[in-house]
Design a protein around this ligand. Sequence first.
Ligand SMILES: O=C(O)CCC(=O)C(=O)O
Ligand SMILES: [Fe+2]
Length: 335
Amino acid sequence: MIKKLKRAYRHHILKRKLSTGWQEFRRTGKTSPDTYRALRQMFVLTRGGYNDKVAQEIITSIGKERNENVEGILGYLEEKELKEMANHMKKDGYYIFDSGLSPEKISSIVNFALEEPVHYLNPETGKQSVEKIKYDPKTPISPRYDFSRESILKSEDLQDLIFDDSLLAFAQEYLGCKPILDHLAFWWSQPFNGKAKSEAAQLYHFDMDRIKFMKFFFYLTDVDTYNGPHCYVKNSHTKLPPEISRDGRFTDVDILKIYGAQNMLEIVGKKGAIMAVDTRGMHKGKDLIKGERLLFQIEFAISMFGQNYSALPKSLIKVPYREKANQYAYKHIFE
Ligand SMILES: O=C(O)CCC(=O)C(=O)O
Ligand SMILES: [Fe+2]
């Protein structure tokens, strides 16, 4: 009884905070750290119910654009095929595409990632370095090396993916309304004796940056069980089980007990592989035993409400995409 009352009180407080937060967001386009914290707490408290309800309202109010015969990196797709693929993802929480990046594109992106200076996760402090270094495959100093979003935009190949019509169309089918590009990430991973696993996203967790979102993952190196496959718990993107009653990181043993081995997937793949993942579900990158992994990631959401990332300068957009960047899907992260 006391527990129930406590929960009701907490729910009431969070609801009030979020309602104020939404008003502020409508006015300013920004979410305060306090509101963002409330979003994460409400996600856990309602086991995702709050997100589902608010998402439905947003989806209805924004609506969809027609996806007629889209062409892009995922191939030439009719609406029916897009729907089928998105339905698989709605069921499982992830989808692995048949098509992938061409060998030319892969080597061009890898060369870029070997030349462009990168921040690294400092294993002592658990923070990202301010300085940038050149990634050296032979001298590991960290489990993870993240390119800044400004660096990402220097690559024309990556911009081709960021502005790809087929990815956008798939995101719309999955999310249910016109999607917004809301985040980009690109990083190298190396073995590092299991150090800084939490900061390197190598322990199971859920992401909760937005009300509803999804990520495209691109493997730029061959990924097997030893060099950091993305691990995903099948069908964990729906209601949170009662055992997951907090935010944070979870051990493999916790996850095994709650979801069962049959649902714990290691997504291995050749370089060039493309997948879509709803990382509201439980996931991690497996820490590496040998080799390396280079991964590019594009995130789409239904609303920017949530985590605040600084805007990116429009001037970084390459000529072919300057016009496109003004469209609804892209304009939110550029200024
Ligand atoms: O490294 C991975 O495969 C997972 C990274 C992760 O947690 C994320 O992108 O949200
Ligand atoms: Fe994550």
